[in-house]
Ligand binder design. Structure first.
Ligand code: PNS
Length: 163
């Protein structure tokens, strides 16, 4: 049987422990997982595309079934090119649901072969988002339990002098 590939898309600015958990669990469900990091020139990100990709790679140092790539353009087209059978998205709480459902329907409209699989994030990460982590870090709060250690270090370095 051909390998089952899942695509985990996102902006990952930066990757959080919640994202890491979703990617880790996707690796249990699929043969190969491709993390697709969005290139969005109109959205100002704290970290460059290369940095965001590197943070994810560093979070999975010994995982040959995982690859990290950039995503420019339509996710559904990229998923077809890769032969992905599923998109995996984490759901933190009901507030995520409307937006995620709309995207799932749109992606299914574009590529009927593609299923969106929703994984409930760990309860401990239900209140965590990349933007909130950045805000808390910028204001001097402790984010060490919310992101991988190398990301916490990079956040401190990037934001030092900001406040
Ligand atoms: O981590 P995010 O920012 O919530 O991820 C949003 C993402 C990357 C899943 C979404 O913006 C996306 O799919 N972008 C790629 C462009 C695209 O296909 N847009 C139509 C989505 S239905």
């Amino acid at each position: 049987m051909s390998e089952r590939i899942a695509l985990c898309p996102g902006s990952f600015d930066p990757v959080t422990n919640g994202h890491v958990g979703i990617i880790r669990r996707s690796l249990r469900l699929f043969d190969r997982v491709v993390v697709a990091v969005t290139v969005n020139p109109s959205k100002k990100s704290l970290f460059t595309l290369e940095e965001r990709m590197q943070f994810i790679k560093e979070s999975f140092p010994n995982e040959p079934r995982l690859s990290v790539q950039s995503l420019e353009g339509l996710l559904a087209i990229e998923a077809s090119k890769l032969g992905a059978v599923a998109l995996v998205r984490g759901l933190r709480a009901s507030r995520d649901f409307e937006y995620e459902l709309q995207m799932a329907h749109m992606n299914r409209h574009l590529t009927s072969q593609l299923e969106t699989v929703f994984l409930a994030t760990e309860a401990s990460g239900s209140y965590v988002s990349s933007s909130l982590v950045c805000e808390v870090a910028r204001l001097g709060g402790d984010i060490s339990a919310l992101v991988p250690a190398h990301v916490a270090k990079a956040l401190t370095a990037r934001l030092s002098g900001d406040h």
